[in-house]
Design a protein around this ligand. Structure first.
Ligand SMILES: [Zn+2]
Ligand SMILES: [Zn+2]
Length: 278
């Protein structure tokens, strides 16, 4: 356990990049071997846009990492935050509690807010404009979203009172799992059903990418699926009925150009159409 703590306390940037690049390569290979949906789309062009957004996310996270590091160090030094206020517990329990708190406050709640608060949605909807969700979609986030999401995640980490090593462990798990649950892979249904009681599986996250409400506003979970079940935001839709995208921006020219996508948050707000137009 001590070596796990030491590893994540000081995880090299190279290893974090390897999770990103290795995961993308691994799941892309699986997608070409066992695809869930066989679709005709310009895969390289699609991947190009999503990888451009991945790079802007990486840059934002790299530049703002010190904010997170300093905030976590402050919380631990001042014994601030839920984890610090709880009685002393074994390291494994401390770790699991920390991961759950980060997932609830810094991910589930922030994602829920991104769907409910209009100015946040304007940025987050770029993630939802993808009409061909695959493993490259995991980091399709507008740079503006990457900035405020990191700030809110940092606030969540301070409220949780999480140590830096737990934050890094969480971020590494989150990166790998996100690539997994966006992947266009045929995953055994029985295994998916069992796993979905604990973690967010591909079939569960795909429902979140269905193009109309109320499905878009469901399954907000990042790593653990329990929050959606506890707070009543869990929804299910048979996979063959899922249509990826977002009703307000279904025209191909609106979601298949990097520059065009960057401008969306600054355009006039479009209310949900329920799929009636576009
Ligand atoms: Zn969302
Ligand atoms: Zn997604």
């Amino acid at each position: 356990m001590e070596s796990v703590i030491a590893y994540f306390q000081d995880i090299p940037s190279l290893h974090r990049s390897m999770i990103l690049v290795g995961g993308l390569t691994f799941f892309s290979l699986l997608e070409s071997g066992i695809p869930m949906f066989s679709r005709e789309y310009r895969k390289m062009h699609h991947a190009g846009i999503n990888i451009a957004f991945t790079l802007t996310t990486v840059v934002v996270n790299f530049v703002l990492a010190f904010v997170m590091l300093q905030s976590s160090a402050w919380a631990v030094a001042h014994q601030f935050g839920i984890l610090q206020w709880l009685p002393t517990m074994p390291t494994w329990l401390y770790m699991i509690t920390g991961l759950l708190l980060l997932d609830l406050i810094g991910a589930y709640f922030v994602h829920w807010a991104e769907h409910k608060v209009k100015w946040m949605w304007r940025f987050h909807l770029i993630h939802h404009t993808d009409t061909n969700v695959d493993t490259t979609s995991a980091n399709r986030h507008h740079p503006g979203e990457s900035v405020f999401r990191l700030i809110f995640t940092t606030a969540g980490a301070v409220i949780a009172g999480a140590d830096w090593w737990i934050i890094m462990m969480y971020q590494s798990m989150s990166a790998a799992l996100s690539q997994f649950n966006h992947a266009n892979i045929k995953f055994p249904v029985a295994l998916d059903n069992i796993l979905s009681w604990l973690i967010v599986t591909p079939s569960m996250h795909r429902v979140h990418h269905h193009y109309v409400l109320p499905y878009t506003d469901s399954n907000f979970g990042n790593i653990f699926s329990i929050w959606d079940r506890i707070f009543g935001t869990y929804k299910w839709l048979p996979q063959e009925q899922i249509k990826f995208g977002i009703d307000t921006h279904m025209k191909p020219e609106e979601h298949s150009d990097f520059g065009r996508l960057l401008k969306i948050p600054f355009e006039t707000y479009r209310p949900p159409t329920g799929g009636k137009t576009n």
